[in-house]
Design a protein around this ligand. Structure first.
Ligand code: ADP
Ligand code: ZN
Length: 348
């Protein structure tokens, strides 16, 4: 078992380990929680894990109920969010009760936003069940739902009271979802270097999984503690994301997020190498890392991507903040005028 304490505006613990879902009631009791717990989950995860979590909560004296929505990003809407709120009201949840997300990023984002806004905020506990959610979206306090006009357009910063990841959940996770998590993992590997890079280079296994998640969460902790609301340093977490968002837009989200991020890291590494900013041997180490994790993809060419950088929501006015790679474990924020993006990326 490993644990990380995130010292956000309200501190919380992230615990990672095998069989931890069998202790969720114990953890909640230790936090002083009691009463009702709404388990928010999706239609794939519910039959696998919801009853087990509910039983464990009953055993510890809680009153759980389960809200299940259809799995998939299509459900991350104001409509589903409204239904969760209505269910909380019907079940007479009060400020002392708890919302518990059991699922991937879609579940965590939406349940977190419901918890943030129901009666102006009830306690939120996140049990991520995907690799992507465990290493990224469950830490940092971002909650949201999508609008027809774009992803995550409505949301709030709201810190969980606890994040608990049972590594046994990975046993049922489909290969594509693991690969999606690895894509975001490549981002941490290049941002941090060191042990994260080494683990991914050797390949993720059931033996090094707990360490890997711990190291990614701890890396994210350091960055979000320094910058909870994304004023500066937190932007480093956007490594690969300007390209990724362009790929997602161009492919209408057919390319999954983590896979698009891995390609974004590849494009940024290639660019840094061409610009003479990244030593050649480090560039080849990154290429090797991508290839050995089945992420050596060639997606949309850069000419197609550049027009979409202009629409990037992380853009401030007419300037674009790029996360550039000066070395493995040495990424920087580089601001360029949007008008110069073409010249910046099209080096020969
Ligand atoms: P992400 O975490 O990648 O943002 P989702 O919340 O959409 O995205 O989860 C991805 C898919 O994996 C969904 O279809 C979800 O139901 C499914 N899923 C999540 N966790 C597990 C698990 N532990 N075992 C099997 N399927 C899972
Ligand atoms: Zn991401």
């Amino acid at each position: 078992m490993r644990s990380v304490t995130v010292n956000a505006s309200t501190p919380y613990e992230v615990v990672i380990g095998a069989g931890l879902s069998g202790k969720i009631g114990e953890y909640l009791a230790r936090l002083g929680r009691k009463g009702k717990v709404m388990i928010v989950t999706d239609s794939h995860v519910a039959p696998l894990y919801a009853e087990g979590v509910a039983d464990e909560l009953v055993y510890r004296g809680f009153e759980p109920s389960i809200y299940t929505f259809d799995a998939g990003e299509e459900s991350k809407t104001l409509k589903t969010y409204g239904e969760i709120l209505a269910f909380l009201a019907e079940e007479e949840f009060s400020r002392t009760d708890t919302v518990l997300a059991l699922g991937g990023g879609v579940t965590g984002d939406m349940a977190g936003f419901a918890a943030a806004t129901y009666m102006r905020g009830v306690a939120f506990v996140n049990m991520p069940t995907t690799l992507l959610a465990a290493i990224d979206s469950s830490v940092g306090g971002k909650t949201a739902v999508d609008l027809p006009q774009g992803k995550n357009l409505v949301g709030a910063f709201y810190q969980p009271s606890l994040v608990l990841f049972d590594t046994d959940f990975m046993k049922t996770l489909p290969y594509d979802e693991i690969r999606n998590g690895l894509g975001e993992g490549v981002k941490y590997a290049v941002l941090e270097g060191g042990a994260i890079f080494d683990i991914l280079s050797e390949g993720l296994t059931s033996e090094n999984l707990e360490d890997f998640i711990y190291l990614c969460v701890d890396a994210k902790r350091r960055i979000v503690e320094a910058d909870e609301k994304e004023g500066g340093k937190r932007k480093l977490l956007n490594l690969g994301h300007t390209v990724a968002h362009a790929v997602e837009t161009l492919t209408e989200f057919v390319v999954p997020h983590g896979v698009a991020v891995a390609y974004g890291v590849r494009v940024m590494a290639r660019l840094a190498s061409q610009r003479g900013e990244l030593p050649e041997e480090e560039f080849y180490k990154i290429e090797e890392l991508l290839l050995s994790n089945d992420l050596g993809l060639e997606l949309n060419p850069i000419e197609e991507l550049i027009p979409h950088f202009v629409a990037d929501k992380k853009r401030a006015g007419d300037r674009l903040t790029l996360v550039t790679i000066a070395g493995i474990g040495d990424c920087r924020l580089t601001e360029i005028p949007v008008a110069e993006a073409g010249a910046y990326f099209m080096v020969e």
